[in-house]
Design a protein around this ligand. Structure first.
Ligand SMILES: [Zn+2]
Length: 202
């Protein structure tokens, strides 16, 4: 994790305090109800409801809420193979290496080769290969930065390209996944390139 991420992590821990105050049953009920509300749609990761669910998922994973079977998850959500929590996959720029991320354990909920629609899986792999070098501009070594005529310009054009690619992720590549999963989340930002959710037009 990059050093910029640490204050964010600290802030998330602070936000999560609200769910730490819930007892196990209340937390399980809140999550089950919220899953039902997330059902059937594609969501930006920046959506506040998704953000709240992620916090609850983090706390529920620490406490192994879904193993306790306090409530039933909504019927349309199968258990994720990674941690047996309800399957709620998130698609990120790391999809090639990490597959779809589990919101509960941050592990791989679905490996890319296990995506039921092969064409969609291939399109996502191609997209990730395209995205990697664009993202990589933010991580150029100093010698490469100084040898480039204008690193600022290179970074700005990479950010522009990244915005286009992320918009494609949210408008073209992830919607077909709703045929296979109860709800799908896509990561609508790139902190390294300075792309904010509001920069991505969908
Ligand atoms: Zn998991």
């Amino acid at each position: 994790m990059s050093h910029e991420a640490d204050p964010i992590e600290g802030l998330w821990q602070e936000y999560a305090a609200v769910f730490r105050g819930f007892d196990d049953l209340t937390l399980a009920r809140w999550m089950s109800q919220t899953l039902a509300q997330l059902h059937g749609q594609l969501w930006r990761a920046s959506h506040p409801l998704v953000g709240a669910f992620r916090l609850a998922a983090m706390v529920s994973h620490e406490r192994q809420i879904w193993h306790q079977r306090l409530v039933n998850a909504p019927v349309d959500f199968p258990s994720a193979e990674c941690c047996r929590a309800p399957l709620l996959p998130m698609v990120t720029r790391d999809v090639l290496e990490s597959g779809f991320i589990c919101l509960h354990c941050n592990g791989t909920a679905v490996a890319l080769e296990d995506v039921p629609d092969e064409a969609v899986g291939e399109a996502l792999a191609k997209w990730a290969e395209q995205y990697a070098p664009v993202h990589g501009v933010a991580h150029w070594e100093d010698h490469r930065r100084s040898s480039h005529a204008s690193y600022d310009q290179a970074l700005e054009s990479a950010a522009g390209e990244g915005e286009q690619l992320l918009a494609r992720l949210g408008t073209e590549l992830t919607p077909p996944l709703l045929e296979h999963y109860p709800a799908v989340i896509w990561d609508d930002q790139d902190e390294c390139l300075g792309i904010r959710p509001e920069d991505i037009m969908t």
